[in-house]
Design a protein around this ligand. Structure first.
Ligand code: DLL
Length: 439
């Protein structure tokens, strides 16, 4: 299941291949600007910096970032809706917000300059994946509070691509339009590519024969290499990982080039660090921990050392065969709070996905439930079989999966292989695969 077409991307901005000295110079200048802006124009940061005993003039090198206090999601929630905004509301031209399923939503604000930057970052990210003018970019991501839809939209416009603001839901219509409009690139969450492939099958549409899609730009949820392979082979395309979050404008903080070895961080706009999840102490290159980001250009809502809660590491080497000099992070293993602690063993859902999808005949539709029984943590893993697997093979698959999972989980989970179509589907949003009944 090798990659079908090798896309070679183009540089969108000169800075992508700039020297280390130049990049660091830009970063330092912008870091100093950001700290000053936050200190002078936001009462929360003014107080936080005073408390930490730091003034903007104390930031003399990039390492000085570690003097700054962290900002947590809870800080944004507590200052809902406008408490983190550091410009006058007249300068704010767009607002987004998280869905706020747990507590208050977090609001993110943009000035015109911020939207300009976001468009530039998304243009770079997509250009790196070979998208440009002449492409029909089909954006199958939410367009409302979620930043996914508009992020790809702004980037696509900047590239001169033909942008289709499709949004989510209406999966049958999406299949028809991707085919009829001759879309060459699709932006979506990974699980939706699987869902669309399933619906295309029901409609009798052959993704490889009837579609012109060459690339998929995917992100917004944890996905593994195994998931990438499944998507690529179902659609006959090349899939690129795109990382971002609302608090960092949206998608486009980092993305993959055609080498597919880590994600290039747009360092002139984001200063990234990896810290120990327990102590907050900075970790070195190649050491896994929590990604902490200081956006360097966000006018409406500067954030200092934003604790993303995403787990990854920074590559030691800055050399990449694509010629870009911007540092790379590894694909996100998951969020720190998604990590399951099962009878004292730490398990990331991504390791479960990896085991499941390595087994032939097992589909990418799965659900993991953790519960307590008799004073012990138990895990049930339900996964659908592929369409062509006869039901009398389900027991064989279960045995295979149990063996693989035992090595990762250090326990015997209950594994159930189910007929295709049993589990609930999400029509375009982030998948909810983990149910922890202990919480
Ligand atoms: O998910 C922005 C986005 C849209 C990124 C479309 C990529 C594509 P939020 O809804 O604020 O923003 O969620 C951010 O999603 O902290 C990660 O946990 C997760 N996430 C985003 N991209 C990836 C990725 C958007 N490529 C949260 N791999 C982040 C794994 C990702 N997880």
């Amino acid at each position: 299941m090798a990659i079908v077409k090798q896309v070679s991307g183009r540089y969108f901005s000169r800075i992508e291949t700039a020297s280390r000295e130049e990049i660091d110079e830009v970063k330092l200048e912008r870091l100093r600007w950001t700290v000053k802006h936050a200190y002078e124009n936001n009462s929360f940061y003014h107080r936080a910096l005073k408390k930490a005993g730091v003034t903007p003039s104390d930031i003399r090198s990039l390492e000085d970032v570690s003097k700054l206090p962290f900002t947590l999601k809870k800080d944004l929630r507590e200052r809902y809706p406008y408490g983190m905004i550091s410009v006058s509301l007249e300068e704010v031209v767009e607002l987004h917000a998280s869905s706020g399923t747990t507590g208050k939503p977090t609001v993110v604000a943009y000035t015109r300059g911020d939207l300009e930057n976001w468009g530039e970052l998304m243009a770079r990210t997509m250009s790196m994946a070979g998208v440009g003018s002449g492409d029909v970019l089909y954006v199958a991501l939410g367009y409302h509070w979620f930043t996914g839809g508009l992020g790809f939209h702004y980037g696509g416009l900047k590239l001169g691509a033909t942008v289709v603001p499709a949004g989510t839901g209406y999966t049958r219509r999406n299949i028809t339009m991707i085919r009829d409009l001759g879309a060459t690139s699709v932006a979506a969450v990974p699980n939706y590519m699987i869902r669309m492939a399933e619906v295309a099958g029901e409609m009798g549409v052959d993704l490889k024969r009837d579609m012109k899609v060459r690339t998929a730009l995917l992100g917004a949820e944890m996905w593994t290499e195994e998931m990438r392979r499944r998507i690529e082979s179902l659609w006959g395309l090349e899939a690129f990982d795109v990382y971002g979050m609302s608090e960092l404008y949206g998608p486009g903080a980092a993305g993959e080039c055609h080498v597919h070895d880590g994600l290039h961080v747009w360092e002139d706009h984001f200063l990234v660090e990896i810290v120990d999840p327990e102590t907050g102490e900075p970790l070195g290159p190649e050491e896994k921990g929590v990604l902490v980001v200081t956006p360097l250009t966000h006018e409406a809502m500067p954030l200092l050392r934003y604790w993303t809660n995403d787990i990854t590491f920074i590559y030691d080497s800055r050399e990449c065969d694509c010629g870009r000099t911007m540092q790379r992070i590894a694909r996100i293993t998951g969020r720190a709070d998604d990590m399951l602690i099962v009878n004292g063993v730490n398990v990331f859902p991504s390791s479960i996905e990896t085991v499941l999808l390595r087994v032939k005949g097992v589909s990418p539709n799965y659900r993991v439930t953790v519960y307590r029984e008799g004073g012990l943590d138990k895990m049930r893993i339900e996964v659908e079989a592929e369409e062509n697997v006869p039901p009398d093979m389900y027991r064989v698959l279960e045995r295979k999966l149990r063996e693989g999972l035992r090595d990762v989980l250090l326990m015997n989970p209950r594994v159930e292989v189910l007929p295709p179509g049993t589990l609930d589907r999400v029509e375009g949003g982030k998948a909810k695969r983990i149910i922890d009944l202990r919480k």
